[in-house]
Design a protein around this ligand. Structure first.
Ligand SMILES: Cc1cc2nc3c(=O)[nH]c(=O)nc-3n(C[C@H](O)[C@H](O)[C@H](O)COP(=O)(O)OP(=O)(O)OC[C@H]3O[C@@H](n4cnc5c(N)ncnc54)[C@H](O)[C@@H]3O)c2cc1C
Length: 384
């Protein structure tokens, strides 16, 4: 880490995903001397795509950009993210799960009442829906979702998916994130999101994030931890941390995370437009398979190439992907304590932003908005 050379304020940013990239860009444009320090050999963080035999695929899971925030939308379109994409998800459901001959059927996700009416289970579903409270209730995820769609739909679409995804029954999970994830639709809107702007870039997100960082000093292959606090304090006027705080503080595992592993395989196709699964994302909620969904990014890129890549999303990998929001909120409290402990170890102001450091599940547009607000806060604080 270099010593400051001029009078410009120097800001270190730990991590070159969306959050670090956008904060870095804005602070650089505002005249600060920014250095983004990234532990990987590439920028882009979790949203990156890679190539397998020339096919664009997503090693960290499907990433569809969607936002209703006009400021965020203006920012990303200025950096080339502008190809519209309407994201529709399918779910493979087994109506007779104990019957080995049941080959399953494909339905929309979120479930659509108009499709459900065609199923033999509809009379039972209809009876259950008629008995539901006017607003969903319940502190845990299972109670909340059952009160939203009834037991039959919960068992078909949610129960086993949730147990596979989180490695614990839905009764142990908080109901807090259900409203964001689960819906029963009566309006025939098939797109997963209702945001005003939705994009998928034809070559993946990398070149968009690289454009954001094009005017920013980035140092790759540099992991920053609490052990660097004194060096950072001497070299910079403030630091923005977008890393997971348990790792950063040198106590990995202190926070509970749920990770996924994408098992990606290349398949040749005769047709350059060829795909082999029914949709970009197909949910597989059944306990018959260990993965939770398949992802075939070629549906979204529209790439013309004689091959495709299908990734099976396997839950339970040792990665910091999803924060685990238990009903007692213990992990959020621990993250706040770690933030306080880290701040106290620094002699300069410390800011936490993004999905990892704030221990929240946030989409890319929310990470960008977070970066914008941290950049504004830093400017205000430095001026004060
Ligand atoms: C499985 C999954 C699917 C998702 N799908 C979507 C989707 O469809 N649409 C959507 O909008 N959002 C999606 N998201 C959310 C999206 O991934 C995040 O919003 C986005 O990655 C947040 O960017 P970030 O910069 O905060 O974090 P990250 O992208 O994780 O970037 C953090 C960066 O910091 C680096 N780093 C970490 N520790 C250190 C350290 N100690 N020193 C230096 N560098 C470090 C990392 O290498 C990484 O580059 C998904 C998330 C997951 C987990």
């Amino acid at each position: 880490m270099r010593k400051p050379t001029g009078r410009r304020k120097r800001i270190a940013i730990v991590g070159a995903g969306w959050t670090g990239a956008v904060a870095g860009r804005l602070l650089t444009e505002m005249g600060l001397a920014v250095e983004v320090l990234e532990k990987a050999g590439v920028v882009g963080g979790h949203s990156r795509v890679e190539l397998l035999n020339g096919v664009v695929y997503e090693p960290n899971g499907a990433h569809i950009f969607h936002t209703s925030d006009p400021v965020v939308n203006r920012f990303v379109t200025a950096h080339g993210l502008s190809r519209p994409y309407d994201h529709k998800v399918l779910t493979e459901v087994y109506l007779s799960p104990d019957d080995a001959d049941d080959e399953g059927c494909l339905l929309s996700w979120p479930p659509q009442v108009s499709e459900l009416k065609e199923l033999p289970v509809w009379p039972a579903v209809e009876r259950e829906l008629a008995g539901l409270p006017s607003r969903p209730t319940g502190d845990n995820f299972e109670d909340y979702v059952v009160s939203m769609m009834g037991r039959t739909l919960y068992d078909l679409f949610i129960r086993d998916y949730t147990a596979k995804q989180w490695g614990r029954p839905a009764t142990e999970l908080s109901a807090r994130f259900a409203p964001k994830r689960v819906e029963l639709r009566t309006d025939d809107h098939r797109g997963l999101f209702r945001d005003r702007w939705q994009y998928f870039p034809p070559n993946g997100i990398n070149e968009v994030i690289e454009s954001v960082l094009s005017v920013v000093a980035v140092t790759l292959n540099t992991e920053v931890t609490i052990d660097d606090a004194d060096d950072l304090g001497r070299a910079y006027d403030a630091v923005v941390i977008t890393a997971a705080l348990d790792d950063f503080a040198g106590c990995p595992g202190e926070l509970e995370w749920r990770g996924i592993e994408m098992r990606s395989h290349y398949h040749p196709t005769n047709d350059p437009g060829g795909v082999i699964t029914p949709a970009y994302v197909t949910n597989r909620p059944s306990a018959r398979v260990p993965h939770t969904r398949t992802v075939e990014t070629k549906h979204a890129t529209g790439q013309r190439i004689g091959g495709t890549v299908v990734s099976e999303e396997m839950p339970g990998a040792p990665q910091n992907h999803y924060p685990v929001l238990t009903a007692d909120g213990v992990n959020e409290r621990r993250n706040a304590e770690l933030a306080g402990w880290i701040t106290a170890r620094f002699s300069i102001p410390v800011y936490f932003a993004g999905r990892l450091a704030t221990y929240r599940y946030i989409n890319q547009d929310e990470a960008i908005a977070d970066a914008m607000s941290v950049a504004a806060r830093i400017l205000t604080d430095l001026a004060g």
